[in-house]
Design a protein around this ligand. Sequence first.
Ligand SMILES: Nc1nc2c(c(=O)[nH]1)N[C@H]1C(S)=C(S)[C@@H](COP(=O)(O)O)O[C@H]1N2
Ligand SMILES: [Mo]
Length: 343
Amino acid sequence: MRLRTLEENPFNAETPLPELSRTITSTELFYVRTHFNVPGLDPATYRLEVDGAVGAPLELSLQEVLAFPARRIAATLECAGNGRARLEPPVPGVRWGFGAVGTAHFTGTPLRHVLERAGVGTAAVEALFIGADRGEVEPGRRVAFERSLPLAMALHPDTLLAWEMNAEPLSPLHGFPLRLVVPRWYAVASVKWLKRIRLLTERFQGHYQTEKYLYEGEAETPDKTPVTTMRVRAVITTPSEGSTVGSGPHEIAGMAWSGDAPVHEVEVSVDGGRSWRDAELGTPPSEIAWIPWRILWTPTSQGEHLLMARASDAAGHIQPLRQAWNAQGYGNNVVHQVGVKVN
Ligand SMILES: Nc1nc2c(c(=O)[nH]1)N[C@H]1C(S)=C(S)[C@@H](COP(=O)(O)O)O[C@H]1N2
Ligand SMILES: [Mo]
C-alpha cells in the first residue's frame, strides 16, 4: 500500500489504516504534513542557530549536533487535523481521515542539552523553533513555519532534537536534517527542517500560534484554547471499512493513544454502540507511544454491522460518541466507526 495523497502542493498525505496495524510505522508509509514546499537543506553548510535569551549564542554544524548524547525513543505523532474530514458542518483545511498518525523510532539528543550548552537566561519563558520552510499565509504576507513551546516543555527530557527516523537519517519530507520531536503534543509542535531556536522572554505571537492551531467555537472548551496535547483516541485498523467477512471468529484490532495520560481502557462495540466489551491491551513500543489492542468477535447474525472502538485514559478522558466541532477542525477524537458486512 501507499500513502493516500490529499494535496500535491504542498504535499499532504495520510496512511491507509491497515498500515497502522504494526506498532512501528515505516517511514515510507508515515503520514506527511507540510504547509509549504519542502526546503532542500545542504548538510555540509547546514547550521543550527541558538540565540535570544541565552548566555552565549550557538551556531552548530550538523556534526556538532550529532556529537551531543543520543537517545532513541518510539514516539507517536498525530496531526491535530486528524479526523477533520468527519466534522459536520465541514470546515476548511486538509481533509484528513484518521490516517494522520504514526509511530516511529526517533534518534536525537534531548533538546535540553543544547539549550544548556547555550545557557538558559533567567528571563526566558519560551523557546521558539523556526523551520527553513516559508510561504504566504495571505496575499503579501510571508512567514516561516515557526512554533514555540513553554520553557518547561522545551527542557522536558522527552523533547528531542532528532536526526534519525527508524534508524535512518530523516527523509526530506520528515524534516532532514534536523527536527524537533515533542511527544504527547499534537505534531504541529514537532517543527521540521529546524534552522533556529530562539529563547523568548515573552510568549510568541506568530501566525501558527495565535491565528491557527486554536480551538475556536468548541462547546465546553474556552474559546481560542491553543492546541497542545493529543486527545485520547482509538483507531480500528482491522477490519477495514466496507469489508465483507465470513462467520468468524474475527479479530477487531487497532491502536490507541492519548497525550494526557496512558491509555487505560479500549472498549469495543459490535452493535452500533448499544453494548461494549473491553479489548485486550498489548504492549506499547514505549511509554510515549500508542498501545495495540484487540478483541475477538464472532458475529451472531448476517448483514451490516457497525463496529466501534472507544478509548479512555488514566486521566479520565474518554472519546466522545458525537464530534466536538470547532471552526479550524482540530482534535476531532470522535469514536471511530467501521461498517462491515457479514455473510
Ligand atoms: N517546518 C515545518 N515543521 C512542521 C510542519 C511544517 O509544515 N513545517 N508541519 C507540522 C505539522 S502540522 C505536523 S502534523 C507534523 C507532521 O510531521 P510529519 O510530516 O513528519 O508526519 O510536522 C509539523 N512540523
Ligand atoms: Mo498537523
